[in-house]
Design a protein around this ligand. Sequence first.
Ligand code: KIV
Ligand code: ZN
Length: 523
Amino acid sequence: MANKDRVFIFDTTMRDGEQSPGASMSLEEKIQISRVFDELGIDVIEAGFPIASPGDFEAVSAISKVLKKSIPCGLARHSKKDIDRCYEALKHAPRFRIHTFISTSPLHMKHKLNKTPEQVYESIKEHVTYARNLTDDVEWSCEDGTRTDMDYMCKTVELAIKSGASTINIPDTVGYTVPSEFTKIIETLLNKVPNIDKAILSTHCHNDLGLAVANSLAGVQAGARQIECTINGIGERAGNAALEEVVMAIRTRNDLMPYETGINTTLLSKASKLVSNVTGFPVQFNKAIVGKNAFAHESGIHQDGMLKNRNTYEIMTPESVGVKQTSLVMGKHSGRHAFKDKLISLGYADLTDDVIENAFGKFKILADKKKHIYDEDIIALVDDSLVTDNKANKIILKSLKVFAGTGEPQKAEMKLDIDGQIKSASETGDGPVDAIFKCIKNLFPHDVNLQLYQVHAVTEGTDAQATVSVRIEENGKTTVGQAADTDTLVASANAYIAALNKMIIKRDKTAPMEQENEKVRGI
Ligand code: KIV
Ligand code: ZN
């Protein structure tokens, strides 16, 4: 480590990532993610944009209290109100970062900000100084940096450092740059800004041209020492640089990129699954590092090579990113103790007794239905328990009967427990799922748009569990519900109900300020 350069990993899954349409996360989910990120070894966690809504404020504040090693960070525009709100949310943490930003490209200054370059320049001095008086860890970003005039960028970066910023972030906000150009930008800043040695240069690359990871690595090779990224690459439009990809590229090609990150790579797969579950955004099968097929060898020639020597077709091991070989794990006779041990071996070391008990109950039911239970099944059960084990749930599925098949209209009969009262309904629909969703609507009238309905098989075989994700939208707010069951229709009902329960909580928590500030998100 001594002679290796440290590259800091700044995660923005819960800020930029949450700006992906439909990727909203609840407070509980953000706390759960933060705990995993902390364990993963992320240096700085951008937990949200506190001025954007009371929900964002509450999340940043709660996260700043749970992190043990990672530094919490909040985003703020160049506005004293934004910066104050950020400080209020973060102040409980022993150490925290305020990240403030303003656009510096001619296009953004003129059309978005309606400000002259001189006004923007003055604003940097005022707002970075203001933030620096609240914390000694200030990051400044020149939004749309890669379309900014280079001489102007050098002047603004110099001023931001002089005003107290210790991290200077260069966003490729619209995913426009290419590696050779980004290299030049970083090199120019390092060569021309006189006080650049007093700050760490950071990359923040969007993926509109599919170059976010390549650009981030080019930035680091040119001298940047922080990468801003997100798990699974989620984020605005085409997303951000994927954390797992930049980290594994540095680790695997350490001969070319002799840097260290503080990431425990064996937790990458777990973090990826969690973010995918919470957001309802599936990970594409061929996604580098964390895709289902990332370590699958199908062709005979490859399999033969692998048997002779794994290095023939494997540049990193599945174990190095936390992917274990599928294994037959337990059966219906396995007890609580063995189940707990299994959870620990799968990386679930700090679950509450309630969650373990809930998952164990589901495991026993599953063991009666399904012959072989694999690690993936256990993971699906626990993730399901983590997401649905919420005492605040208003609606609970008590029973479901579905009549499906050719000819007849499909019909569902359902009993729900709503606030402790059992209610039943029966509906026909355009398919069994439609009939199920109509029953829920009948028993608990509501008006939401169904944005996504998705089914995945957890393992192979016709008796596999199905994980269903449902995303609903109401007045611009979205929630995602997930559920796993060997019966796809039961999972569908539970996933819809989970999304609805979250929406009810979200509705209650939505103060008028949130509506007012929705436009803040339009950065
Ligand atoms: O993409 C971007 O420019 C941003 C900034 C707020 C850092 O997300
Ligand atoms: Zn961004």
